[in-house]
Design a protein around this ligand. Structure first.
Ligand code: HEM
Length: 292
């Protein structure tokens, strides 16, 4: 299924450890990507349910329940920028993992191309909308967060353009590498919430302030996307070389541990944040308070 995540095809005769470790890595990758997809799609639905329903019901002050200042009557352009970025962000999270499914790419190449165009356009809108907001109003956390989020937006823009460009010129190896970088960046926004959730749960919010300028907040302004890019680069390099079965087994265990971590995070976020907002939206009930 997800052969974008796999090493090149092995020779026909190989020892059992070789076959077994390849299978284990393959399935660990599939389980991780499926978990990311379900969890990121829930976050995407939450964004659309919570922010779009406030717009639809003409109750824009609800945008300020999680972070203050997102909506202000007198800063129309910045509000439009962040609104555009919410809509695009929701679309990215719902569509993203679909592009990694090998059977869709091979059997329905037109679907892959069209979803790809929408996905790349949504990434550009999310980045441009977020960057416009930073330039006009700045982030809640001040200069470190401005730099961290600004760099995040720029990298997403570069990765989106490179992914599209290499697909158009038919350089599939580079297209794949950039598509994985774009995916790793796009899920960063969702990972940011999950990582904060765990940090608050285990440390009671050490180094985090309401204005996002504590030492942990400053660290997190970069930590939600730079390690992801590093993981993709290690992965892309490793898949080009021959790797010993033991290294593959170790890699699989890391992927399975990450999956467990994400399942626990998704469970709590769905229970307390995303689930209630999605259910209220689906049933037409009023949205409650969701403060941090
Ligand atoms: C998949 C992509 C993205 C999604 C799903 C997303 C989602 C969100 C959401 C939901 C919020 C509102 C706060 C909350 O409810 O937690 C937010 C705020 C924000 N996002 Fe994004 N975002 C994405 C990408 C980006 C990018 C690429 C940038 C970079 C420029 C960015 C910059 C911002 C900024 C500056 C804020 C406001 C922070 C503040 O109030 O200080 N986002 N984003």
């Amino acid at each position: 299924m997800l052969d974008i995540l796999q090493a090149p095809t092995p020779p026909p005769t190989r020892p059992r450890a070789e076959t077994w470790s390849r299978q284990l890595l393959h399935w660990s990758g599939i389980i991780l990507v499926t978990t990311v997809w379900v969890s990121a799609a829930l976050f995407g639905l939450y964004i659309l349910a919570f922010y779009a329903s406030a717009l639809y019901q003409d109750d824009m002050t609800r945008w300020n329940q999680v972070l203050p200042r997102l909506y202000e009557r007198n800063t129309g352009t910045a509000t439009t920028g962040i609104g555009l970025h919410f809509a695009a962000g929701g679309i990215i999270l719902i569509l993203g993992s679909l592009q990694l499914i090998d059977s869709v790419r091979v059997r329905f190449p037109a679907v892959h191309r069209w979803v790809g165009r929408v996905y790349v356009a949504a990434c550009v809108f999310a980045a441009v909308g977020g960057l416009a907001f930073i330039l006009m109003k700045g982030t809640i956390g001040g200069s470190t967060m401005n730099v961290g989020f600004g760099l995040y937006g720029l990298l997403m823009l570069v990765a989106a353009i490179a992914t599209y460009r290499y697909a158009v010129v038919g350089d599939m190896a580079r297209h794949r590498a950039w598509a994985l970088r774009l995916y790793a960046l796009a899920i960063g926004s969702w990972l940011y919430r999950i990582e904060y959730g765990f940090w608050v749960m285990f440390t009671n919010g050490l180094g985090h302030t309401k204005t996002f300028d504590g030492w942990f907040d400053q660290f997190m302004a970069f930590f939600f996307y730079l390690p992801n890019l590093l993981v993709v680069d290690v992965f892309v390099r490793a898949s080009r070389r021959h790797v010993a079965p033991i290294a593959r087994i170790a890699g699989s265990l890391v992927l399975l541990a990450a999956t467990t971590f994400l399942i626990v995070g998704t469970y709590y976020f769905t229970l307390y944040y995303w689930g209630p907002a999605i259910i209220n939206w689906a049933t037409g009930a009023p949205q409650g308070r969701l403060g941090q």
